[in-house]
Design a binder for this molecule. Structure first.
Ligand SMILES: [Zn+2]
Length: 221
């Protein structure tokens, strides 16, 4: 028997936006559409039925995604988010240690200057007055989805190196590193491992670095 009626899903274009296409692996134009089911007769859609969902279609590879794909930062926005996070959190590392140490300040300026051209000690000084370490999570959180594990490790390791340039990782700095690592989605053991490997690789620290053991794993004294 010939089936002369049926259903068909048609997509209506609602607009377009730039998004990070996971299939292409880069920023692409995405077409936003509403998918609606139609009742068809002789394969011709005649009665519009319910909207079955919204979608985003990559205009390059044509892959269709759920709208949640738009929550992932684009490469362009990710690089801006990353620059801001590197700047703000590096300043927080200095602020939670002894601000007056020139070695730590210059390590911080060196790291931030990579992402913020022209960054210098005077800018650091004004950032120190403006940045509150309590904001760490909100600056770092957008990176949790956008950075690969290697990028997250590098981020925490760079911060640890800045802290160590002051001779030791203070308790406050260690707590900040924990907050940053956890916000990035790293486990406490992973964070401890990154910090420990940076400390182990640091050339002859002036005094033994004080690293908090993870809670519940205090070595017997
Ligand atoms: Zn694509």
């Amino acid at each position: 028997m010939l089936l002369i009626w049926g259903f068909k899903v048609r997509v209506r274009l609602m607009g377009s936006t730039t998004f990070f296409c996971p299939t292409c692996g880069g920023d692409r134009e995405g077409r936003l559409g509403t998918a609606r089911r139609w009742f068809t007769f002789f394969w011709i859609p005649i009665i519009p039925l319910k909207v079955v969902g919204e979608l985003v279609q990559c205009s390059t590879c044509q892959t269709r995604f759920e709208p949640s794909v738009l929550q992932r930062p684009t490469t362009a926005s990710l690089s801006e988010v990353l620059s801001n996070a590197v700047r703000v959190v590096t300043v927080m590392v200095v602020r939670t240690g002894d601000w007056s140490l020139p070695a730590m300040r210059s390590a911080a300026v060196g790291d931030v200057a990579v992402v913020v051209p022209g960054y210098d000690d005077a800018t650091l000084e004004s950032d120190l007055a403006a940045v509150d370490p309590a904001w760490a999570e909100q600056y770092v959180a957008p990176l949790a989805d956008g950075l690969e594990v290697a990028g997250k490790e590098r981020f925490v390791a760079d911060l640890t190196r800045v802290a160590l340039a002051g001779g030791t990782v203070t308790d406050d700095q260690r707590r900040l590193l924990d907050t940053v690592g956890r916000t990035l989605g790293l486990t406490p053991a992973h964070i401890t491992g990154i910090v420990a490997s940076v400390v182990a690789a640091s050339p002859s620290p002036p005094r033994p670095p004080a690293i908090d053991p993870p809670a519940g794993h205090a070595p017997p004294s």
